[in-house]
Design a protein around this ligand. Sequence first.
Ligand code: SF4
Length: 321
Amino acid sequence: MAADSAQTAPVGAAGPAGARAGIKTRRTALGTHVFDRRTGMNLFIDQAGTDESVALAPRQVSVALTNACDLRCSYCYAPKTPGRHDTATVVAWAKELDAHGCFGVGFGGGEPTLVTGFPEMCQLVAAQTDLAVTFTSHGHHLTASVCTRLVGAVHFIRISMDGVGQTYERLRGRPFGALLDRLADVGDVAPFGINVVVNERTVHELDQVADVATQAGARELLLLPQQPTARWHGIDQATLSEMRAWLNRYRGPLAVTIGATGIQGLPVTAPVPGEQPLDAYAHITADGVLKRSSYQAGGSPIGEDGVMAALSVLRTTGATP
Ligand code: SF4
């Protein structure tokens, strides 16, 4: 899950992937933005605005490659309907987004590593575009063999870890030790971060999560306040307050980011001041609908005329996330 996590991510925080140069410049009416997918370097010059903002792709696009997952987390918001993209479609979308100024794609789901040929899909996108390639996974299929095929194909990996030890095992239904084993291989592929769904059970373990993540070599911790679904409740106010208190006192080495739905009341920095939401981010569902976020109802189906045509429609609908 966490297809929206890239919405707040320092895309491609570093990494060796891809033979292409990977440095991109994005010019809009707000300024000039330079991004290097190999290092994660972001440079925004707000004095150099042009009129080239028309028809720009979002800076970051998340793609749910599938709705399928072999875990059964109670708070999962991935749709339970069938849906899966093939490699040719994803590569075509990636090339189109790349040509229109997008900086990165983040693959999610469901569980993206369940998609047949997932490593090869990442390889093709990295090789044929200048996009930063990232993905979010529960991590349990990232064996040494899969990781070997991902080397050079991704720039940043996000692994979900809701709590530690028994808390993780109750929530995710998998051995915590097995996850730690997988993290050792993940660290050999690309820089990685840890995603945490923050709820009343995990909020008390944020210190331990941060410690485990640091020891495993993670660079970033992404806090995702639990969202309500048709079957499950969202984060409560007391837990939200506790999470904010933890954020204020955390002094560890990890870069801490937070999902866009949890930032109210926090002193966060806008990466591009004045940027419109659809210039920053969009989401493609596993059944091929472009949305402002994975939570948005409706959206714009992507047809044979591609993602940018769907984006044009989405821009005129006025729908809110
Ligand atoms: S790992 Fe859990 S939250 Fe993520 S897609 Fe699977 S069931 Fe949903």
